[in-house]
Design a protein around this ligand. Structure first.
Ligand code: FA5
Length: 342
């Protein structure tokens, strides 16, 4: 049996040299390690070997199996990086030093409204922050008072990555980092793309934009929150819009509110966009929970603050009368190019 093992090893090494692409390596893997593969057959054959020889032969075969597995994994990596290099080498080359040509087209409506909001908030002393899209469990949940196994996690169907990180489900994931960066007092807005494993409909997308805002100082109260929300909406819509504030639960604010806007698609009559309620959930908000301030290194005995999580994509729908949220991610240039920067 020992000779058989050695012969198989030699044959494998020779065949591995010939396996120059991913399909050939996969065939080789199946031929040696698959259910009816040569190494598997050897292992099955152990039952016919004498009791004295069984242990030694078993060790030899397992060693061979490990070598075959490692060599195949190595070869797969080698082929992958060679394929990538080929792809890069064959990619179109751009001369980045060429002068800029007059661009055709227009900004995406979300970009237009985001910039408009940034201007409004900057004029009120807010800094504009950027934040990453892949975040840790701590940033997205724990730092904003949603511990592991807390039922509030179920409110946001999350895309988890294999490494335990996740695609940001809300812009609140940046709150902790921004508090740690600036301390108190602070005024900041941070727009960003969010991701949730949603069953999509006219007002729900799996990829959408929010704009978070925080204001922390001594003696900040709900009146400040309402003032900033009203100013923001009147600047964006340039007209009176009906809003309603109702209690809402979010673990990172206390008290918490839902700020809804009367649906501008149907004038409040009810339509698929507002799920026939006449109202669209636009901007949940509230007074920042003491635990969240503390976790961000800010003393809740000394400072208070408000936070809001504006549904930027929904705001764009309301502003421009877009009935179905999916149109905004469609990449349909005919639809999107109607929006011009005012
Ligand atoms: C949150 O995401 C909270 N982080 C907001 C917040 C921040 C509350 C700070 C208090 C203080 P919510 O899951 O409700 O809350 O989402 C906020 C807004 O984002 C919604 O009102 C809605 O306008 C928008 N939104 C949420 N999910 C989607 C979706 N799937 N598609 C489009 N817009 C969405």
């Amino acid at each position: 049996m020992k000779e058989k093992i050695e012969a198989l090893q030699k044959r494998f090494e020779a065949e591995l040299q010939e396996a120059k692409n991913s399909e050939m390596v996969e065939k080789l893997r199946v031929a040696y390690l698959g259910k009816k593969g040569s190494v598997t057959e050897l292992l099955k054959g152990l039952k016919d070997v004498s009791a004295e020889q069984k242990k030694e032969m078993g060790q030899h075969i397992n060693l061979l199996k490990k070598q075959v597995e490692d060599s195949i994994a190595h070869q797969v990596e080698k082929i992958k990086s060679a394929e990538q290099e080929l792809l890069i080498a064959s990619a179109e080359q751009y001369d980045v030093t060429l002068p800029v040509q007059e661009a055709e087209g227009s900004y995406h409506p979300i970009t237009i409204v985001q910039r408009q909001l940034e201007e409004v908030f900057a004029s009120m002393g807010f800094t504009i922050e950027d934040y990453r899209e892949i975040v840790t469990d701590y940033q997205c949940f724990e730092a904003v008072n949603i511990p592991k196994d807390h039922p509030a996690r179920d409110m946001q169907d999350t895309f988890w990555l294999d490494n335990g990180q996740l695609l940001k489900t809300h812009t609140s994931a940046a709150q902790n980092a921004i508090m740690k960066k600036y301390g108190a007092p602070l005024r900041a807005v941070f727009p960003g793309r969010c991701f949730r494993n949603e069953a999509t409909d006219a007002s729900h997308e799996n990829t959408f934009f929010q704009m978070e805002g925080m204001m922390i100082d001594k003696n900040i109260s709900i009146s400040n929150l309402i003032y900033f929300m009203k100013t923001m909406l009147s600047e964006v819509f340039e007209r009176e819009v009906d809003v309603r504030l109702r209690p809402g639960f979010f673990p990172f604010v206390e008290p918490g509110f839902e700020l809804d806007i009367s649906c501008l698609i149907c004038g409040g009559e009810g339509c698929p966009t507002c799920k026939h309620s006449g109202w669209v959930e636009l901007c949940p908000c509230g007074m920042i929970h003491p635990n969240v301030l503390r976790e961000g290194g800010i003393d809740p005995e000394e400072y208070t603050g408000f936070a809001f999580g504006l549904g930027l994509t929904r705001l764009v729908m309301m502003k421009y009368g877009v009935k179905d949220i999916r149109d905004l991610n469609s990449g349909n240039l005919k639809a999107l190019s109607q929006f011009k920067h005012e």
